[in-house]
Design a binder for this molecule. Structure first.
Ligand code: NAD
Length: 483
C-alpha cells in the first residue's frame, strides 16, 4: 500500500511533522489505496515561510518568464495524462471518460494562464486615460502575495488548476491544501512543480484534513489571501478566519441549480441535457442542475424519456469502458445522500426512478440515479444541495413561473435553459440569477469564461481574466506628465 508521508515545502519532500494517519480509499473496491500521514501546523508554518521568502523573486521575474513554467506544467500534465486519469478514477471513483475531460480541462487552464501571464506583463505600466491636464497615471497589477489554496475532492487536479494557474501567473506564491479524500492525484501537482524545477518555495503542498491543516492555513497571518472551494459551512469558517488581519478571500461554494425546459423544447434532446446536468460525476458537481423545472405540457413525456435513460445508465467499475456512472467518492458522501433519500421517504415524495427500480452493483459506494417529481418547494430536497445523483422536478404553467421558481433559491451558481428558440433561451437566461448559464447545451466549461456564483454560491470568480484578477492588487502611479 502506498504511503504518503511527506509534504512538499521549499522544493523538498519533508517528512510530515504530524502523527495522524488517514486512510485514502478506492470507493469502488472499498479498499484502502494509501495511508496519508497528515501534516502538522508546523508544516503549514514552514510552507508559509518558504512561500514568503520566494515571493519577491517570483514577482520580479515578470509574467512572460513565469509563463514558461505554466506551459511546462501543462506539458507535464499532458505527458502524465493517462496515468493521472487512472489515479483519479481509482481514488475519486469517477468514470474514466470523465477523468479525461478533467485532465484536458486542467491542461487547458495552465496553458490559458500562461497566455494571461504574458498579457499581464505587456500591460504593466499602461497609461490611464483621464481628463486632467499635465498629469499622467500609470496602472500596475501586483501579486496579492502569499496565497492559501484549499480544494475539495470532486474534481481533483481541476479545482486546483483553476487556482494554482492564475495564482502563478499573477506572481503569487502558494501554500496548497488539497482534499484529504483525493490526495493521490493532487500530489502530482507537487511532483510536477519539482519536475519542472519551479523555483523553490513558489508552490508548497501540505496534506491533511480540514481541522488539522485547513484551519491553521486559513488562520495563518502570513497568508495574504485565501481561495477556497468547498461546502458553504466550511466556506463561512474560512471567511471568518480571513477577517482577522483583513485578508482577502474568494469562495467557490455550493449550488442548487435549475434546468428549465420551456414549452417549445424537443423532449428527447432536452432529456439528454437534463441527464448530463445531474448524473455526470455521480451528481457530485457544484453546478449540478438538480432542480428540473419543466413546462406542464411536456412534463409527462420528459419524465418518461428520463426514466428510459436512467434505466440505461450503467453503474460499475470506474475503470471499465462501459461505465456511465461510478460510486460516490466516499462512504461519507454516500451516507450524506442517503440521509436525503430517507427524508424523501418520510415526506412521501413521488419517485419516477430510485433504488427500487434497479439492482446496485455488489460493491462500491453507490447511490442509484434518482428522479423525484412534483417535489414541494419547501422540501429540503428542493432547497438544499444534495451533491449526489438526485434530481428533483416540478412542472410550471408559464415561462414567467419557470423564471420565478428558478430564481427562488439562496444559491446562484449555474443554470440551463432549453428551448426550441435560441433567442428565447438567451432572453430567459438573462433573467436568471446565476454565474454560468448554458442554453441548449450540456455544461461546457472553458478557461476563457468565468466560474462562480451569486448569493451564497460564493464570492469572486475563477477562470478568465477575472480568475487572474482575483490574485492581483491594482495600483496606480500618478505624477506630472512628461513633456
Ligand atoms: P468541504 O467544505 O468539506 O471541504 C473542502 C476543503 O476544505 C477540503 O480540503 C477540506 O479538508 C477543507 N476543510 C474542511 N474543514 C476546514 C476548515 N475548518 N478550515 C479550512 N479548511 C477546511 O467540501 P467537500 O465535501 O470537499 O466538497 C464538496 C463541496 O464543495 C460541495 O458543497 C460543492 O458544491 C463544493 N464545490 C464547489 C465548487 C465551485 O466551484 N463552486 C466546485 C467544487 C465543489
Amino acid at each position: 500500500m502506498r504511503q504518503l508521508t511527506h509534504q512538499f515545502i521549499n522544493n523538498q519532500w519533508i517528512e510530515s511533522r504530524g502523527q495522524r494517519r488517514l486512510a485514502v480509499m478506492d470507493p469502488y473496491r472499498q479498499q484502502q489505496l494509501a495511508e496519508l500521514t497528515a501534516g502538522h501546523p508546523a508544516d503549514v508554518d514552514a510552507a508559509v515561510t518558504a512561500a514568503r521568502q520566494a515571493l519577491p523573486e517570483w514577482q520580479a521575474l515578470g509574467g512572460a518568464r513565469r509563463a514558461a513554467w505554466l506551459d511546462a506544467f501543462a506539458d507535464t500534465l499532458a505527458e502524465r495524462r493517462e496515468e493521472l486519469m487512472t489515479l483519479s478514477a481509482t481514488n475519486n471513483g469517477k468514470a474514466l471518460a470523465e477523468t479525461a475531460i478533467d485532465l484536458d480541462d486542467a491542461i487547458a487552464c495552465y496553458r490559458y494562464y500562461a497566455e494571461q501571464a504574458r498579457a499581464l506583463e505587456q500591460r504593466q505600466g499602461r497609461l490611464v486615460e483621464h481628463s486632467m491636464d499635465g498629469i499622467e497615471a500609470r496602472c500596475y497589477e501586483d501579486p496579492a502575495g502569499v496565497v492559501g489554496l484549499i480544494t475539495p475532492w470532486n474534481f481533483p487536479l481541476v479545482t486546483s488548476a483553476w487556482k494554482i494557474a492564475p495564482a502563478l501567473a499573477a506572481g503569487c506564491t502558494i501554500v496548497f491544501k488539497p482534499s484529504e479524500v483525493t490526495p493521490l492525484p493532487e500530489n502530482a501537482v507537487a511532483e510536477i512543480a519539482e519536475a519542472i524545477q519551479l523555483p523553490a518555495g513558489v508552490l508548497n503542498l501540505v496534506h491533511g484534513d480540514g481541522e488539522g491543516i485547513g484551519a491553521p492555513l486559513s488562520a495563518h497571518p502570513g497568508v495574504d489571501k485565501l481561495s477556497f472551494t468547498g461546502s458553504n459551512a466550511v466556506g463561512e469558517r474560512v471567511m471568518h478566519a480571513a477577517a482577522d488581519g483583513v485578508r482577502g478571500v474568494s469562495l467557490e461554494l455550493g449550488g442548487k441549480s435549475p434546468i428549465l425546459v420551456l414549452d417549445d423544447a424537443d423532449v428527447e434532446q432536452a432529456a439528454d441535457w437534463v441527464m448530463a446536468g445531474i448524473y455526470f460525476n455521480s451528481g457530485q458537481i457544484c453546478s449540478a442542475t438538480s432542480r428540473l423545472i419543466v413546462d406542464q405540457s411536456l412534463a409527462e413525456a420528459l419524465y418518461n424519456a428520463l426514466a428510459q435513460r436512467i434505466d440505461a445508465l450503467h453503474l460499475g467499475d470506474p475503470l471499465a469502458e462501459d461505465t456511465d456512472m461510478g460510486p460516490m467518492t466516499s462512504a461519507r458522501q454516500r451516507q450524506s445522500v442517503e440521509r436525503y433519500l430517507q427524508i424523501a421517504r418520510q415526506e412521501g415524495l413521488s419517485a419516477v426512478r430510485d433504488a427500487s427500480h434497479r439492482q446496485l452493483p455488489e460493491q462500491g459506494e453507490f447511490v442509484a440515479p434518482t428522479l423525484f417529481r412534483d417535489v414541494p418547494t419547501d422540501s429540503s430536497l428542493w432547497r438544499e444541495e444534495i451533491f449526489g445523483p438526485v434530481l428533483c422536478a416540478r412542472s410550471v404553467g408559464s415561462e414567467q413561473d419557470a423564471i420565478q421558481l428558478a430564481n427562488d433559491s439562496d444559491f446562484g451558481l449555474a443554470a440551463t435553459v432549453i428551448s426550441g428558440d435560441p433567442e428565447r433561451a438567451r432572453r430567459v437566461a438573462r433573467q436568471l440569477r446565476a454565474g454560468s448559464i448554458w442554453y441548449n447545451s450540456e455544461q461546457v466549461v472553458m478557461p476563457e469564461a468565468s466560474w462562480g456564483g451569486f448569493g451564497i454560491s460564493g464570492i469572486g470568480r475563477e477562470l478568465g481574466p477575472w480568475g487572474l484578477s482575483g490574485y492581483l492588487e491594482v495600483k496606480h502611479i500618478i505624477g506630472p506628465a512628461a513633456t
